[in-house]
Write a protein that binds this ligand. Structure first.
Ligand SMILES: [Zn+2]
Length: 355
């Protein structure tokens, strides 16, 4: 182990001898009686030396037992992690400074401590398919790529139009280009290392960024295939993120449809028209960006194994001044999705990538 005191953790002096590491009132670590020896010892925790080397030669005035107790406490509180476990790996070169940590990893370390390494690895291993139409899908793809998701495959059809342009997604220069190529470029701008090649087996997760409603086939396809999925819809000026569907465990999109049908018998007729409505999406850029960020956070959280906000819940993002709205969805008694989900590999994934 090469102990590293988290570089992004603020060092805040409460008084001349009391040092607070971190600003979060629940997670901050407060060290008392901090003298020059302790301060120097903390500075030495830069990820370049091994733990035995660090405690074997503490700064003058600091007892070895004190150094050992201090570093044990800091590791237990998540303020010190093993630099060898980080990506990119820190080479044991005493003359080299620690390279800057990627923002996603630095942030995850502050929240999850040593567990951040496993969570980021889960992102890198993941394959997410973003089925795009309009503005929001390319932004989701870009945010997933920026967050370290290893493989982000984008699907879409047609040619990019001015209605597809938004902050962080397709740009003005993309107008007239094949939509899917422009969306792939948005992801690559966010992270040149991201793998955007289609095919290669089923995705671990699917984002349905599909305009006002997901295509009817997608409502059952991914549930039947056992692939978790998340709709990100734009209609009536509002973005609807969710529910995140975990096939066999939570309400599916057919359940949502059935609940709406209970409240409005004409819903299937209306839904069929909505699904083919090709008018420009009405939501403003702030709503699009907020929805895309929420969706990307839900996906990455799910991939890391976290319990996320949109499992069984849709989050509705309205224009500025309209509070975020949560709507819970329960499995519908007329839907058998909790019994029919099949984790078997579905057919046609390679073909789906550019549809
Ligand atoms: Zn269902």
């Amino acid at each position: 182990m090469r102990p590293l005191l988290l570089p992004a953790l603020p060092r805040l002096w409460r008084d001349a001898t009391t040092l607070q590491l971190g600003a979060d009132p629940d997670r901050a670590v407060v060290l008392t009686a901090v003298d020059a020896g302790v301060a120097s010892f903390l500075t030495s925790l830069d990820g370049r030396r091994t733990l035995p080397d660090v405690v074997a030669a503490p700064p003058a005035g600091l007892a070895r037992t004190t150094a050992e107790a201090l570093i044990t406490a800091l590791i237990a509180r998540g303020a010190v992690v093993d630099a060898d476990a980080l990506t990119p790996r820190v080479e044991p070169d005493a003359d080299a400074a620690l390279p800057p940590l990627p923002p996603a990893l630095a942030s995850a370390l502050l929240t999850h401590g040593a567990h951040a390494v496993d969570r980021m690895a889960a992102r890198r291993r993941a394959h997410v398919l973003v089925r795009c139409r309009g503005r929001v899908g390319p932004v989701v793809a870009a945010l997933l790529a920026a967050g370290g998701v290893g493989r982000v495959v984008v699907s879409g059809t047609g040619v990019a139009t001015p209605d597809d342009v938004t902050v962080g997604g397709l740009g003005p220069d993309d107008i007239g280009r094949p939509y899917v190529l422009a969306a792939i470029d948005a992801a690559r701008r966010a992270s040149p290392a991201v793998d955007t090649r289609p095919g290669g087996g089923p995705p671990d997760f699917v984002v349905l960024a599909a305009g006002p409603l997901p295509p009817p086939g997608d409502q059952v396809r991914w549930t039947s295939a056992g692939v978790p999925h998340l709709p990100v819809l734009l209609r009536d000026g509002v973005a609807i993120v969710g529910p995140l569907v975990v096939p066999g465990r939570t309400a599916c999109l057919t359940c949502v449809d059935q609940h709406r049908r209970d409240r409005d018998p004409a819903w299937p007729v209306l839904a069929a028209q909505l699904a083919t409505d090709r008018r420009p999406e009405p939501a403003e850029a702030i709503v699009v960006s907020t929805a895309a960020a929420l969706a990307a956070a839900e996906v990455t959280g799910y991939l890391e194994g976290a319990v996320t906000s949109a499992v069984g819940v849709s989050l509705e993002v309205g224009p500025p001044g309209v509070p975020l709205r949560h709507r819970s969805w329960t499995p519908h008694p007329r839907c058998d999705c909790l019994h029919s989900a099949d984790a078997a590999t579905p057919d046609g994934f390679a073909e789906s990538a550019r549809q």
